[in-house]
Design a protein around this ligand. Sequence first.
Ligand code: NOJ
Length: 537
Amino acid sequence: MADRDRLSGDAAPWWSGATFYQVYVRSWQDSNGDGTGDLQGIYERLDYLGSLGIDGIWLSPTMPSPNTDWGYDVSDYKGVHPDLGTHEDLSRLVKEARNRGISVLLDLVPNHTSSAHPWFVEARSGPSAEYRDWYVWAPPKEGNAPPNNWISATGAPAWTYDETSGQYYLHNFLPTQPDLNWWNPAVHSEFESVLRYWWDRGVAGFRIDVAHGLYKDDQLRDDPPATDADPPQTRRGNLSPIYSEHRPEVHQVYRAWRNIADSYEPGRVLLGETWEFDHKRLGDYYGREAPELHLCFNFPFVFSGFSAKEIAKVVESSLAGLPAGATPTWTASNHDVGRFPTRWCGGDNRAVKAALLVMATLPGTMVLYYGDELGMTDVDVPPELQIDEMSLAQPGHPGRDRGRTPMPWTGEKNAGFTVPSARPWLPLGDHSSLNVQAEEADPQSVLNFWRRLGRLRRSRKIGAPSQLETLLLDDQCWVYRAGGVVTVANLSPEAARVLLPRQIGKVLVSSSPEKEAGDAGQRLSLGPWEVLVADEA
Ligand code: NOJ
């Protein structure tokens, strides 16, 4: 058993305090010149992943899919999408990554399947079909109206009428993504077999899509109107989706899955896409009476403003809301919300370094999105090249394609993502200077900063469970002690002076590398967005 699989001396399992890296497979590295990234491409770039000091990668959907939602519409849970490679490619990647101390997580989509999945195709054949009850069907209301008022993620009704049977089926996302019926025990057995299937093949775990949504109200009650208590990100239209999502029955699913995960040696990991904005309710997904998910995405953090007071507040609320011993997660970009170097930092690399340093020095597990380590920003994808149906269905939506564009490896045509003659599946941004090769050559680059930081985080186990103590918080700066180090962060575009309550020690990593040689002291002058992490004393 590798060292990292053991419980460490302080009893933290390997995933607690780890650094994960989300690889959006289609956009990372194309190995066969078809313009789409693939598994072999990731295999060929394992040295790069190793250089980032990460512990695991989460691969965006790898299973066969007609791609109406780019893999989040699965047509075979035990397969590999032919665009991305084969079972052998995935096994080789999992094995070689593991040899280098990098675990592989797959994306699992249990809330819905593709409408092209054989289960749904069969279910659709009529009310007495074998798989009928695997999905959520209901008769029309008067005047052929949908069974209730539920709204899908696109803002359109969550029901589509099926001519053959004269009933509606439910889809909380696109009509091509029918929701599974988790009241049916056969669905539970099937997904348990999917978990085991991949776990038996050495996959370390899963990121669970729509983890808060599997169960729906058994009486299909109307969702009530949203109130001020519903953050905009959780609303469906102007409704509060308390009956169409967030049902308490979902917790029994995760208790069962956790038991299976923990029956493996070493333990496997479950990371939920828990779209929950109340930290106490988010904490419920870790399990209160019995363990559930190991890790849960922290969307209040993702959507926080990026100022000292806002970040300190959301971090403190995260730490207070989760059950004792639960590991919070810190992430700021993904394939849905776009990239933090744009949202938080307006493309200013000083702010990007500040954000990376704060996330890397909080107690908990950190998830980078590919390109975060370069300061990669969202790319303006012209309307004629936009391909994300979910955002195209929502007038005024800025589009998710902008955060999914290919990884820039070099400054050449197609950036080394694919061969220069290919047409990348999404356009690249301006990669003349923002690319791996250029950043490797520049000691001040975001990439070289991240590498120093990532190494420190790993060697000092900074993310391991610890208490966080705020030493100073004002409109510009947040200074805190956690994980055996002190973080000093000027999260503002103005220079700042801070007087700390006590002396702190040697600067370990700083966005001003000349400071890395000396002691931080007690009185510090910080440039705009300047950050450092130092020994306690
Ligand atoms: C969340 C995924 O991250 C997103 O990309 C997808 O569209 C929805 N779930 C539906 O699966």
